[in-house]
Ligand binder design. Structure first.
Ligand SMILES: [Zn+2]
Length: 387
């Protein structure tokens, strides 16, 4: 058994508890959280700072970890994708070594669960052995509607290679056909298949959807990809794609860098389980632009946080993402930001029975945050993994 106390305990089940006592069993399962003040007990580990649940990284691409510091910064999404396509091949040994290193680094940085995009099956073994709980999204890409069935069949084969939670998803509006989304919808009728899609990560995506023009067409020509089956939608990519998404699945919209207020309101028209995901450091790395965060409170949909991959980030650290969010969003209480970093991601991934908040019976992992700036996350805030 272990007993902890700190200046504040953020349970995310209610208000933060000042100098409360938190008791866990030897495996980290919460036995009790109380507001009781105990004057003297040598068995209590007392800390300066705040105790928070383990973090959830809602969006990552572990299999791109070997691309750390290999892709140029701030060149825009299309140039970024081109570079990744031409650089991502590497030896299996190098890819696995980089993934193992980052799996450990995420654990050490207080991350207890990850929603991870996979185009291959190379991460399957690591995920079975890791202390981190992974949900893998097998990602389908294909702009040519004629190939949709073939792409889904291939994804189903890849899915079978994973022993840990896994579902099939689509990459981004600019890399898929409506037919592929329809195939996905038919495929997951009647069972749980969490979906995530990169949304409006660059301005050119809406240009393509609204007017069937812009640099994506040249990009596909260069890659010899058939664009004949794509017609102009006269609306934003989000407005074109969302109506085709299944009703019964959790859907994570990732990045949202160019999502406008009208698009945010559009999401309210649907009774779908939609979550937003912000990956601010990746947005700065690729496009040097952040989403208009103030728009998203109008949707009342839960917000989660992701690191994206090391192709577009310096670290896979949720704390580093929180630093950018705290700095760029006015009047964001720490309790709210922590919900984005913990419980909302756990709910999206279906891990909230155990993770995401400090409650009796859960085993959420515990992080200590120190060097806060007036009670908020600051540039110098540090993390220590307690459990
Ligand atoms: Zn991504």
């Amino acid at each position: 058994m272990r007993k902890f106390s700190a200046d504040l305990i953020y349970t995310l089940e209610g208000k933060a508890i000042p100098r409360g006592i938190l008791i866990t069993d030897d495996n980290g399962r919460i036995l009790n959280v109380t507001e009781e003040k105990v004057a003297f007990d040598p068995n209590i580990e007392r800390y300066k700072g705040v105790i928070v649940p383990g973090f959830i990284n809602a969006h990552c691409h572990l299999e791109l970890s070997h691309l750390h510091q290999k892709i140029k910064q701030k060149t825009g999404l299309i140039n970024f994708i081109k570079e990744v396509i031409f650089t991502r091949n590497s030896s299996e040994k190098e890819i696995i070594a980089a993934m193992e290193k980052q799996d450990q680094a995420m654990w050490d940085a207080g991350i207890v669960a990850v929603g991870d995009i996979s185009n291959q099956t190379i991460s399957a073994d690591l995920k079975s052995k890791s202390e981190i709980r992974y949900h893998t999204f097998i990602e389908m890409l294909g702009f040519d509607a004629n190939k949709a069935k073939e792409i889904l069949a291939d994804a189903i084969i890849k899915k079978d290679a994973f022993q840990t939670p896994v579902s099939i998803t689509v990459h981004a509006p600019y890399s898929i056909s409506k037919e592929l989304v329809k195939q996905l919808k038919d495929y997951c009728k009647g069972f749980d298949n969490k979906i995530t899609i990169h949304n409006q990560e660059c301005d050119e995506e809406d240009e393509l959807y609204k007017t069937r023009s812009g640099p994506f067409l040249q990009f596909y020509k260069d890659l010899n990809i058939n664009t004949e089956t794509f017609t102009s939608q006269s609306k934003s990519s989000l407005q074109a794609i969302l109506p085709f998404m299944p009703k019964n699945q959790n859907i994570l919209l990732v990045h949202n860098t160019y999502t406008c207020l009208k698009d945010v309101y559009f999401t309210k028209r649907f009774e779908k389980n939609i979550y937003w995901c912000f990956c601010p450091n990746a947005n700065l790395y690729i496009e040097d632009k952040l989403p208009a965060y103030e728009f998203f409170k109008h949707s009342e949909l839960p917000i989660t946080i992701g690191t994206d991959s090391l192709a577009s980030n310096h670290t896979l650290s949720i704390l580093d993402e929180m630093k950018i969010l705290q700095k760029n969003i006015l009047n964001l209480p720490l309790n709210e930001l922590l919900k984005w970093a913990c419980i909302n991601g756990a709910k999206f991934l279906g891990f909230d029975a155990d993770l995401g908040s400090i409650a009796v019976g859960k085993k959420p992992g515990l992080n200590l945050l120190t060097d806060l700036d007036h009670g908020l996350i600051g540039e110098n805030t540090k993390i220590t993994k307690l459990i």
